[in-house]
Design a protein around this ligand. Structure first.
Ligand SMILES: [Zn+2]
Ligand SMILES: [Zn+2]
Length: 299
């Protein structure tokens, strides 16, 4: 069940200063705290986006600090979900009881904690020129040098780490996903993360009035985030709401302009459609299409 053990070993377990102190936690236990300022939410999560950051990030990303440095976009997050989940742990204002969704889902033993992640997204990524076939996309960690590494490899629109689509050797991501909470996520060690299309990313878009549903694949244009190499993570449609056309590679990826109305956010950019009905179980990319991944996980 635990994945990415080597990475976890390097991870700090300290609570972030935005967490409440013990007295606040105890007070909130006895009341419905949905309106309490103790509860982390999209309202109070501290979105900070610099003026010169490209419009794409301004429009879709919440709860992160985003700046431009040397032309690269730098996204920094404390990786604390701005919604309630079981994985905050009992006593936390953001704790929610486990929902087993008909008995299929069971929690893993971990509890999430803050941990700073900083992703440097190249503005003009260099393609590795790979042909991403089913031989490369096997959902198994460590079977190719072209894979994204384990641990945080992207940032979602809700500020949560995006991991690749693999589980640790011996584990199966398609079994492990039954430890996902209602937001499509779970912690490895203390690091809460997504592995694909998820309700948390869509909750960020919903908060901004960009979608009406948090269920992936609900016939709305979805942005789930971006990987460290510059691969953009969309849902079942193109960002302008059009149907995906042309052939997709084995992780539902292809190159194309990413635009929304008259705005073109990325020209000729590799992106994947994390959409179960298009294949690959709606999962994140396994294979890194562009050369560089600049990401600093940990405290
Ligand atoms: Zn995981
Ligand atoms: Zn596309």
């Amino acid at each position: 069940m635990l994945i990415l053990l080597s990475w976890i070993a390097c991870t700090g377990t300290s609570k972030d200063s935005t967490s409440t102190d013990d007295s606040a936690v105890q007070e909130s236990n006895t009341t419905d705290d949905s309106g309490s300022s103790d509860v982390r939410s999209f309202e109070n999560c501290g979105t900070s986006v610099a003026e010169d950051v490209p419009e794409f990030y301004k429009k879709y990303f919440l709860c992160s600090t985003i700046t431009v440095d040397n032309g690269d976009v730098v996204i920094t997050t404390e990786n604390l979900p701005p919604y309630k989940t079981y994985y905050y742990g009992e006593g936390d204002p953001n704790y929610a009881a486990w929902d087993d969704r008909g008995g299929d889902y069971h929690p893993n033993p971990n509890t999430l904690a803050a941990g700073t992640i900083s992703a440097r997204i190249p503005s003009d990524p260099v393609s590795k020129g790979l042909s991403i076939t089913s031989a490369l996309v096997d959902l198994q960690m460590g079977t190719s040098n072209e894979e994204f590494s384990g641990g945080p490899q992207g940032v979602s629109t809700d500020s949560i780490a995006m991991f690749n689509s693999t589980a640790a050797p011996g584990d199966d991501i398609l079994d492990e996903e039954f430890t996902f909470d209602e937001w499509g996520s779970h912690p490895a060690g203390t690091t809460y993360h997504h592995h694909g299309a998820n309700a948390g990313s869509l909750a960020a878009l919903q908060y901004s009035g960009l979608v009406t549903s948090t269920t992936p694949g609900s016939t709305e244009a979805e942005v789930h985030g971006i990987m460290c190499d510059g691969t953009v993570l969309l849902g079942c449609l193109e960002l302008d709401g059009s149907t995906v056309s042309g052939s997709l590679d084995a992780q539902n990826g292809h190159v194309g302009d990413i635009k929304d109305g008259s705005a073109t956010y990325f020209s000729g950019r590799y992106h994947i459609h994390m959409c179960a009905s298009l294949g690959n179980y709606g999962l994140a990319p396994e294979i890194q299409a562009y050369e560089d991944c600049g990401i600093v996980p940990g405290r």
